[in-house]
Design a protein around this ligand. Structure first.
Ligand SMILES: Cc1cc2nc3c(=O)[nH]c(=O)nc-3n(C[C@H](O)[C@H](O)[C@H](O)COP(=O)(O)O)c2cc1C
Length: 202
């Protein structure tokens, strides 16, 4: 697959088939992820794959809880929230055969001095986000769908995800990525802003 096609066909997929993703494919996704640039060459990312039914169920519950909190935070009406709950709990929105949780280990440092704490943290998150993008593009090539889940960073939820992943509090959760075969035809979403609105030359 041409890179151009992978970029244009990447779109957030939230409904997946009940079909297993071969472990070999999951490994290929992470192999693509770690090819991303990593600030100061730190490679302080960790990829934790939730594949067992028990682990997936628990993580799914946390994603659903986060999404409900998100809908409330954007002042969605109770009626709309009920509809979205139905989509999640009955139609299987966000239910995937595999989830990849991406963390960074905050203890792994390159710059000396606490004045760099924040900058190096941001660099690590940026590096992990680039890794996630690689993973997502590789997924397109393998016929897989993904979506970036950020709501698992809501207070309280992140701690639970970290605990499920078996990591200590030195690890910061960058994102959770459900992975699976798309249940529906891929239809990349249009962008709201034109290139001219976001591009300038100086
Ligand atoms: C950092 C980040 C966090 C996101 N968190 C969520 C999330 O918690 N739940 C969700 O359904 N989508 C989430 N998304 C996906 C965006 O909603 C999606 O990328 C956006 O609407 C554009 O659609 P597209 O990915 O299909 O082009 C997140 C995306 C990013 C980059």
């Amino acid at each position: 697959m041409e890179l151009h096609d992978a970029i244009l066909n990447r779109t957030s997929v939230r409904y997946f088939e009940e079909k297993n993703v071969p472990e070999e494919h999951v490994r290929e996704l992470v192999e693509a992820a770690v090819r991303a640039p990593t600030a100061s060459g730190l490679e302080n990312w960790r990829f934790v794959v939730f594949g067992s039914k028990k682990a997936r169920e628990k993580l799914y519950g946390l994603i659903a809880e986060g999404m409900i909190r998100y809908y409330r935070a954007v002042n969605l009406s109770d009626e709309k929230i009920e509809k979205l709950k139905t989509r999640m709990y009955e139609s299987g929105m966000y239910r995937a055969p595999v989830y990849v949780a991406v963390f960074i280990d905050r203890r792994v440092r390159f710059l000396k001095g606490s004045e760099f704490d924040e900058l190096e943290f941001i660099w690590s998150v940026e590096s992990a986000a680039m890794a996630i993008q690689n993973l997502m593009l590789k997924a397109v090539e393998l016929g897989l769908g993904t979506v970036y889940i950020g709501v698992t960073n809501f207070q309280g939820i992140e701690d639970e995800v970290r605990e499920l992943a078996g990591l200590d509090e030195n690890h910061y959760l960058v994102g959770v990525i459900p992975v699976g075969y798309p249940r529906e035809e891929i239809q990349p979403r249009k962008r709201r802003k034109s290139i001219d609105e976001v591009l300038s030359f100086v």
